[in-house]
Structures are given as C-alpha cells and as structure tokens.
Design a protein around this ligand. Structure first.
Ligand code: 3HC
Ligand code: NAI
Length: 701
C-alpha cells in the first residue's frame, strides 16, 4: 500500500499527494502526513512553494467519519490547518472531485486555490449534525463574506468549481486534463510573480460589518423558523458571529467548543447513522453473488401517477422507455403526463429544453403490448388489483423476450402470486417506487421466493443508475415501509379515539421533525385510497383488533382531503395549508361516545413516545420475520419514503438511542389500552433480555 501522504520536490515545488482510498478522508495517518509534509517544506531550503493534491477521484472528502465517536488522535485537523496556514512558503491546493468538509478546510488554510472543472467545494458538516471544525467557520466568512459562507454551511450543498471561482473562493480555474502539470504551472506563475503566503485569517470579507451582521441575523431567524429542533445550524450561526465579533484565534477556540458540543449530541449520532445506513442497504447477498443483467430498454405498463413518474426517472437516467396503456386514449394521457413532468422540470430549471427533447425522443407510448417485445425490464404500474396484475403479467410472459425482467410496482400485493401468473417466476421482482417517482429516493426491492439472484442484482444496479436508494424487502402486506406506516397510523388513530385531537397529534409529530403529521398525510394522499383498502381488509381483520371508525365517517361524507376541500382539515380552493375543523372534532367526539371511550389527555411527549414505540416494535417484527435484512434497512426506508426525521437516524436507531428496555416498558404500559396491538415483538424481548440493541443485527450473519 502506498503512503497516505507522500511528497516529492519537483523543481522548487514540494508536491504533496494525499492517497487514502476510497475518498482521501482525513484519518489520523493523513493528518500526520500533511503535518510532516509542511515540516519538510519548511526544512528544505530548495522548496519555494507547496502544492497539495488528492490521488484518485477526489481531493479530500472530509474528516474520516468512521473515527467520530472514538478517542481523538493528534494532530487534530484544526492544528494541521493552522500549520498549513502558518507555513512560510506559499501553499497551493489543487482541487478536483470532492473537496468537502475538512477537505475544503485544508484548502481554505492553503494560501491559494486552483480547481479542475469537476471539483465540488462544500462544507456539508450540517448534514452530519456538525459544523466545520477545522477553521472553516472562521476562514470562509473572511474569504467570501458572511452571507455566502452561511449559505454554504447551512445548506450543505457544494459549489461547482465555476461557482466557487465566481465567489472568489478559487483563484484559478484549470482545464483539468492534466491537473498536476496545470497546477504546477500555476504555482510557478505565482513564484515568478513573487507571490507570498496569503492567509485566509487576514482576508477582508467581513469588512462590511453591517452586511455581515444583517446576514447573521437573517440566518439566525431563518433557522429558528426552519430547524427549531436541530442543534448544529444554530451553532454554525454562532460560530460565524464569532468570526465577525472576535479575533481569529478566539473564534477558532469557540468553533472547537461548538464542534465538540455537536459531536457529543445524539443528533450527530443519528445523522451519521443515516449516512452509513444509506450506503449499507445496497450491500445484499444477491448483489455480491451475481452480475446484473444489461438493462437499457425499459417498458412501463400504466401511465398514471406512478407509471409516468417511473418513466421520467428512467428517461433521465438515459434509458429508452416504452409505455403501454389500456387504450389509445390512455396512451395519449400517459404521454401527456410524462410531458407535463418533464416540462415542470424544465420550468424549475432542473432540466434543459434540449434534455427534455432528447428524453422524449427515447420515449414511446402505445396500447399494444407488442411494443414491449425488446424491453430488458418492464415495470408494471397498473391498478392495485391482483386480477389486473396477474392478467398483465400473463400478457408480459407472452410478449417479452426470454431473460427480460418483469417487475411490479405494487404497494401491498403478494409478488409471489403475481410471479405465479407467468411461466418464468425467476425473472419476476417487486420494484416499489414512491410518489412522485421521479423525485422520491426510496426504492423498495421486493424479492419473491423464486427470484433469480441476477434479477435481484439487476434491480440494485438499476436503483443506482436511477439515483435511488434501494432497500431489500421480503413479501408481506405492505413490505417494510407501508407496514411501518400502518403501525404508525394505528397508534395515532387509537390515541385520537382515546382523547388526543388529530391536530395535537399532527403538531407533536411535526415538532419532532416530520414534514407532516399522519392526518395531514391522509388529506394529501386522498382519504378515499385508504378507505378502499380498509374495506378490502375488513374481511380478514382480527375481530379483537381495535378499529377506529372516525376516518370512515369522514369518507362517508365525501371528505377525502385536499382534493375535495375538506378532510381532517378544511382547505381553501387550491390551498395547501388546512385549517382545523370543529365539525371533525365533533365527529371524533361522537365516535368516542359510540365506542364507549372516556377521553383522557395526551401530552405531546406521550404522543411521540407512543408513535416511536409502535414503529420500533413493528420494525423489530419486520426484521425478525426476515422482511428486512437489518434494522438499518427499516431506518432507511422510513427516512427516504416517509419523512422520518433524519436527525433521529430512523425508528430503529432512535429506539437504540432511547434504550430498548425503556421502549419495552412503554409498550407494556400501553398494552392496557390496546392489548393486541401492543404485544411486544419476540425480537425486542430477546434483545432486552440479552442487554443488546438493534445496531449491528444482520439476518445474514
Ligand atoms: N469518512 C469516511 N468514510 C467515507 C467518507 C468520510 N468522510 N466519505 C465517504 N466515505 C466512504 C463511504 O462510507 C463509502 O464506504 P463503503 O464503500 O465502505 O460503503 C466510500 O467512502 C465511498 O463513498 P460513497 O459510496 O458515498 O462514494 P460516492 O463516490 O458516491 O460519493 C462523496 C463520494 C461525495 C465524497 C460522498 O462519500 C460523501 O458525501 N462523503 C461525505 C462527505 C462529508 O460529509 N464530509 C464532511 C465530513 S465531516 C468533517 O469534515 C468535519 C470537519 O469539519 C472537521
Ligand atoms: P393510477 O390509477 O394513477 O394509474 C394506473 C394506470 O394504469 C391507469 O392509467 C390505467 O389506465 C392503467 N392500467 C390499468 N390496467 C392496465 C392494463 N391492463 N394495461 C395497461 N395499463 C393499465 O394508479 P397509480 O397511483 O399510478 O398506481 C399504480 C400502481 O402503483 C398501483 O399498484 C399502486 O398501488 C402502486 N403505487 C402507487 C403509489 C401512489 O402513491 N400512487 C405509490 C407506490 C405504488
């Protein structure tokens, strides 16, 4: 293995290369190496300047996140950056790929920055519950001003090289064809000009004090509104304020304290769990065991809400897409639907008109299944009805070429039964997209009993190509996500019948960090959809289960939510924000009386505890039954499909953070109200008995 940091003198320039795959993260050995390289530059009288570069695809992607939570090892990155900045010879950083977090902080500590066109410069620490902790909060505002610095640190989104150049964060844009030669030429040019070290701590970006103060106050107000439950955005604003108000070294010391405070917070643990979990979900046995089949031409059956969104996702990934509808009118509607989504993306600046035209040139819409003859993979998104799905699959079996993968987007139905309608069940799989399918990141990959390993591997490869986060799921009613949702909704409904107002439940859930509460989601999705499902399930429902009828009463009145102007809330025509409805509360009260419930008070804390306990318990069942391979798969499904607050890491991580023994005690206490629902999962009982948590559980081991 090569050294994580190596250096070589090329003429008067000490070229330092960070080579620590996969992303050159700043592990202790890299920090030590960088410090030693600067020592070498100071020591060697023949060195006139230093050039720092990264090997491989990135400059440096940041601190080594895997070291977080362990005992700190010297030198700290902050010390390394101070050392770089203090170097008596000009230090130049040449950036390509990711220059993120601590990686950008190294570049900010350097005296000059050059970048290849593919470079991405960002401080994404906020996404991990942290703040830049190696001088970034102090140097960046001095370089680019408080407003731009706050935007970069609070948004967490990187700048392109061109944007960074425009913001004066990058001194020289390089062509990037031969970065080393181009960067060396830039360093020599600086030396020829007699350029001296130019320290970011002395830069004048905060000289307009009034503008900086206004930016800080505006950011503080915006974060109080947007992220009241988060820690690190507020601490970022505090740190930038210190950059304005205090000498550099004092600001640096405060940044360190705030960084350590964030590092110690459960939010940091939750967000970093989410970061690693969403990379783990793609690691499934089939993807390791089999090579994916080639997929270029995709068929879509059904041009409704889901079919159109799926088609757009595939078109944007460069695939050919052929859509099949029931008749000519359906085919035209499907095409119009796809065009409307693409036009929306153009209007929103996320797609150019040329890209839209190119996508449409690869799109066909017909009402003849023959157009699917050459498809490599077909995704069915017709009505949620077993007879319809089986008929579609029998037809696909007839027309599709051997080796084509046949997928269903069903939300709940048994994919084994759908596969059984074909003569090739090994080629059938569930690809459960979420609405809107061209936007939502989650893709549940539902694996039926007979699916071939390379079909599963192909589904994971497709997810990657479409930019989706795949989660492997087994077959049950609702797979992972919708089954968790059902438990969550049940807990909410029963609480409502027992005394909590739907509005108090929505408010408590939103305060926790969900974008919407359960009743707001019913109104958004359309109450009729869930009503139809409840009617379907009526025949098989356990008669001992508590069944709360309030939603049925609303649906009987035609109150389906936003689309009908009223549901749990009332909506002004075309309005999105609903207002509370006293008539709904009267219906709730009438239903309580009918069910013989004596209402009692629920505080916000109890509301969220019950909801989180219900999810942890159902998640444990899902893992125990092998529907999810690992608790982290449940977490990722909830984070990316259902708006579960990311800073809690997902329902399973959160349960671990609370402690499974405490969750079990809650479940036992709640069982008095609803014994069937609040039976502890066998896995939860086992783990509590063994004194273990969900973390690290893996059904494959
Ligand atoms: N530390 C440790 N491991 C990291 C890492 C990091 N900063 N960044 C990525 N990795 C690992 C991933 O876990 C993955 O490991 P695996 O192969 O075992 O699953 C591997 O590197 C490749 O990562 P990706 O699959 O994400 O590769 P991509 O090419 O898709 O993306 C990336 C590359 C854009 C750099 C992306 O990995 C990323 O966003 N990384 C995190 C960047 C970040 O948040 N940096 C800030 C860290 S905090 C910090 O710097 C604090 C400082 O202020 C003191
Ligand atoms: P939709 O009603 O908007 O669209 C279904 C389309 O399928 C209609 O345009 C219909 O004409 C067409 N169709 C029906 N039978 C067909 C056949 N035999 N051949 C060709 N086309 C046919 O329904 P939506 O919402 O798009 O749902 C489709 C599937 O996706 C369902 O299984 C649903 O459960 C699932 N799903 C829906 C989600 C949602 O949020 N709407 C989310 C995830 C999955």
């Amino acid at each position: 293995m090569s050294e994580p940091v190596s250096w070589r003198r090329i003429g008067a320039v000490l070229r330092v290369v960070v080579d620590h795959p996969p992303v050159n993260a700043l592990a202790a050995a890299v920090r030590q190496g960088l410090e030693a390289a600067i020592d070498e530059a100071e020591r060697d009288a023949q060195v006139a300047a230093v050039l720092i570069m990264g090997a491989g695809r990135h400059f440096i992607a940041g601190a080594d996140i895997r070291e977080f939570g362990q005992a700190p090892r010297e030198p700290s990155l902050s010390r390394v950056c101070t050392r770089i900045e203090a170097c008596g010879k000009p230090v130049v950083a040449a950036l390509h790929g990711s220059a993120l977090g601590g990686g950008l902080e190294v570049a900010l500590a350097a005296h000059y920055r050059a970048a290849a066109p593919d470079a991405k410069l960002g401080l994404p620490e906020v996404r991990l519950g942290l703040l830049p902790g190696a001088g970034g909060t102090q140097r960046l505002p001095r370089l680019v001003g408080a407003r731009d610095a706050l935007e970069l640190m609070l948004g967490g989104q990187p700048l392109t090289a061109a944007q960074a150049h425009a913001a004066k964060l990058v001194d020289r844009l390089l062509p990037g064809a031969d970065l080393e030669a181009e960067a060396l030429a830039f360093v020599r040019e600086l030396l020829d000009r007699g350029a001296a070290p130019r320290r970011s701590r002395d830069a004048a970006g905060l000289e307009d004090r009034a503008a900086a103060r206004a930016a800080i106050d505006a950011a503080r107000a915006a974060q109080a509104r947007k992220a009241p439950h988060l820690l690190s955005p507020h601490r970022i604003v505090d740190a930038v304020e210190a950059a304005l108000e205090r000498p550099f070294d004092e600001g640096l010391a405060l940044e360190r304290r705030l960084f350590l405070e964030c590092m110690a917070s459960p939010q940091r643990a939750g967000l970093i769990h989410a970061f690693f979990a969403e990379r783990e979900t793609a690691k499934v046995p089939e993807a390791a065991a089999a090579a994916p089949r080639a997929v270029q031409a995709i068929g879509v059956v059904g041009g409704g809400t889901m079919g159109a969104g799926i088609a757009v996702a595939a078109l944007r990934a460069g695939c050919r897409v052929d859509m099949v509808e029931r008749d000519a009118a359906g085919a035209a509607r499907g095409r119009a639907h796809v065009e409307a989504i693409l036009d929306g993306l153009v209007a929103g600046g996320r797609l150019t008109a040329a890209e839209r035209d190119a996508a449409l040139a690869r799109f066909g819409s017909a009402h003849d299944y023959a157009s699917l003859r050459d498809a490599d993979l077909v995704i069915e998104a017709a009505f949620e009805d077993m007879a319809v799905k089986q008929a579609v699959f029998a037809e696909l079996d007839r027309v599709c070429r051997p080796g084509a993968i046949l997928a269903t987007n069903t939300s709940y139905l048994d994919v084994d039964l759908i596969a059984a309608a074909t003569s090739r069940p090994a080629d059938v799989i569930g690809l459960h997209f979420f609405s809107p399918a061209h936007v939502m990141k989650l893709l549940e990959i539902v694996v039926p009993a007979k699916a071939a390993a390379d079909v599963v591997a192909s589904a994971f490869a497709l997810a990657k190509r479409l930019g989706k986060i795949p989660v492997r799921a087994g077959i049950c009613d609702g797979f992972i996500g919708n089954r968790m949702l059902a438990a969550y909704r049940h807990a909410a409904n029963v609480m409502m019948e027992d005394g909590a107002s739907p509005y108090a439940i929505d408010a408590a859930v939103c305060d926790l960090g969900f974008p919407m509460g359960p009743f707001q989601v019913y109104d958004l999705a359309g109450g009729d959809i869930n009503w139809a499902m409840r009617k379907r399930q009526a025949a098989t429902r356990d008669p001992r289960a508590r069944y709360v009828q309030v939603a049925d009463r609303l649906c009987e009145r035609g109150w389906f939510g936003r689309k009908t102007g009223r549901g749990w809330y009332r909506y002004a025509p075309g309005g999105r924000a609903g207002t509370e409805d006293p008539e709904v509360l009267a219906i709730v009260e009438a239903e309580r009386a009918r069910a013989g419930v004596v209402p009692r008070a629920f505080g916000a804390q109890e509301i969220v505890r019950r909801i989180l306990a219900a999810m942890a318990n159902e998640g444990a069942r899902i893992v125990d039954e092998g529907i999810a391979l690992r608790p982290l798969d449940v977490d990722v499904a909830l984070l990316h499909g259902y708006g579960f607050p990311r800073h809690l890491g997902g329902p399973m991580h959160h349960a671990d953070a609370v402690g499974l023994a405490a969750i079990l005690a809650d479940i036992r206490a709640y069982a008095a109200d609803d014994p069937l629902f609040w039976r502890p999962s066998p896995l939860l009982l086992r783990l509590v008995e063994q004194g273990r948590g969900f973390a690290g559980l893996n059904r494959l081991e």
